[in-house]
Design a binder for this molecule. Sequence first.
Ligand SMILES: Cc1cc2nc3c(=O)[nH]c(=O)nc-3n(C[C@H](O)[C@H](O)[C@H](O)COP(=O)(O)O)c2cc1C
Length: 198
Amino acid sequence: MTASPRTSDYPVDKQFLDRWSPRAFSDKAMTEDQVLTILEAARWAPSASNLQPWRFFYGVKGTPEFDILLSLLIPFNEGWAKNAGALVFIASVTTFDGQRQNITNSFDAGSAFMSLSLQAHSLGLIAHGMAGIEYDKAPVVLQFPENLKLEAAVAIGYQGDVATLPDFLQTREAPSQRLPLSDIAFKGHFTGEIKAPA
Ligand SMILES: Cc1cc2nc3c(=O)[nH]c(=O)nc-3n(C[C@H](O)[C@H](O)[C@H](O)COP(=O)(O)O)c2cc1C
């Protein structure tokens, strides 16, 4: 994996700067065990009241499950994610105690996504989150019950050559920057204005 040019204002563990979301995948295959190892990491994420609302739906390239998940992405994502070694759809259970509404199910699923991403990174793999999904169609095809909310999808695999991407994506294939810490961390109450990335 190529090294990241990111730097931080305060010293943080290398993995937070080195992890990023390329779109170029190599054709090196992934095993189901690798996918399950990555999902095992996600399983250990924290959640409110330890409700563990995340649910994962995966397919390894070359299997019917992969093809079904791929067909549920919007065409833009399908174009590059078809080369991934595996696809994972992340959903969350919206209720607890049978019927009461969980208010942190999406927050908790996001935390599982980050564990997944960092575990993939530590295995030398890349993981690219995707909200470009057919959100109406996917829960039907994947047979979700009423209280399962589709959150996002992830393409996982070995990083490939940028030259395999179409031109318009080649120029975007680089680690991005972040808002400065001073724009997002407030000592006590909110001050200033909400700043958006450039
Ligand atoms: C929930 C979520 C949804 C995303 N959706 C898409 C997507 O549909 N297509 C895409 O190409 N990238 C998508 N991304 C990737 C983001 O654009 C990327 O994570 C962001 O620009 C930060 O870059 P980095 O992950 O390389 O640090 C998504 C990321 C997340 C976390």
